[in-house]
Design a binder for this molecule. Structure first.
Ligand code: XIL
Length: 317
């Protein structure tokens, strides 16, 4: 396990990219995505989420996720699979029903089982539970938590381990990239699972940063080591570093520094297995849709020229 250091980029299936209105850019985009000198790993940004995989109860659809899985397979790239139990991009039927604990347990088991069975043998890792924590380290009041409390986390991991014993099972979240109450919450979740003898293999740090206040190298080293001290591996799973638009030389330099620090931190911590960008081409980033006035968070500009951060990452390796 030591020494596994991939550098990858998540991607959406073409149908999902259409909102960017840049079909003409696809061939060039795809060539970079599939270039194993650039990326040794990929993740579907959307296609494996509940909304797409089980839009109606018991009705499964793997079309979108399969597109990205086959890109990985064709190119010999690792696939990180994302995400099984998450409060967001959840199918409406899950949220709109009043569940008894027993019924919701059944829903979780069925979902985790069917989705993992479909992708069996194709994933290096699964994000089993995504974003269960609030900023203060308490649990988020998702439908899962409201009905089952922290039992839903145990159930999801336990089920996942039964379906595919040799895939890495991750807890994944954002704002875990420096020590603090939320990072403490992660330590608590990992220990809770371990204390019950439930398999947990990794902590995924999403790493959605802002160029001007990204975590420092020391903070990232400290927090990665704190997770690793529990005997799990870590990965940077959704790295992007957004900038207040329009970009200028200063903000691009901050961004380059932020990317470099993350790359150095992962290189230095033996248990950090790899880094995934949350896409690599600015126009396909989720950032402008969610954070008003911010953008240019990735390594390739719209015209396919490279950010200074591209070169700072290379330097770090
Ligand atoms: C984002 C996708 O990139 C967007 O296309 C989608 O509209 C919303 O979700 N944390 C996660 C990811 O775990 O799944 C999210 O991806 C970004 C935040």
């Amino acid at each position: 396990k030591a020494g596994l250091k991939y550098f990858g980029a998540a991607t959406d299936s073409p149908g999902q990219r259409e909102r960017a209105g840049l079909e003409a850019a696809y061939p060039r985009y795809d060539a970079i995505l599939r270039d194993t000198n650039e990326f040794g790993q990929t993740t579907p940004t959307n296609g494996q989420k509940w909304l797409f995989t089980e839009p109606e109860q018991g009705v499964f659809n793997f079309t979108e996720g399969d597109i990205v899985a086959s890109i990985a397979e064709e190119n010999g790239q690792l696939l990180r699979c994302h995400a099984l139990v998450w409060h967001s991009q959840l199918a409406p039927w899950v949220e709109e029903t009043t569940w008894t604990p027993e019924a919701l347990r059944g829903v979780i088991v069925e979902h985790v089982t069917r989705v993992m069975e479909h992708y069996k043998g194709q994933c290096y890792a699964w994000d089993v539970v995504n974003e269960a924590l609030e900023e203060d380290g308490t649990y988020r009041e998702s439908i899962f938590y409201q009905v089952l409390g922290d039992e839903y986390i145990k159930l999801a991991f336990k089920t996942a381990a039964e379906v595919e014993p040799d895939v890495k099972l991750y807890y994944n979240d954002y704002n875990l990239e420096s020590p603090g109450p939320k990072a403490d919450g992660v330590l608590r979740i990992v220990r809770m699972l371990q204390d019950e003898g439930i398999k947990v293999d990794g902590v995924g740090m999403q790493a959605h940063f802002r160029a001007h206040d990204a975590p420092t190298l020391d903070e990232q080293l400290a927090v990665m080591k704190s997770y690793a001290a529990l005997g799990v591996e870590v990965a940077v799973t959704e790295l992007d570093v957004r900038i207040q638009l329009p970009v200028n030389e200063t903000s691009l330099a901050w961004q380059a520094e932020a990317y470099k620090n993350t790359a150095i931190a992962c290189m230095r911590v033996r248990e950090c297995v790899g880094i995934t960008l949350w896409d690599f081409y600015d126009p396909f980033s989720w950032v402008p849709y969610v954070f008003e006035g911010e953008g240019a968070p990735l390594l390739w500009f719209e015209d396919f020229s490279k950010h200074p951060a591209y070169f700072s990452v290379i330097e770090a390796f």
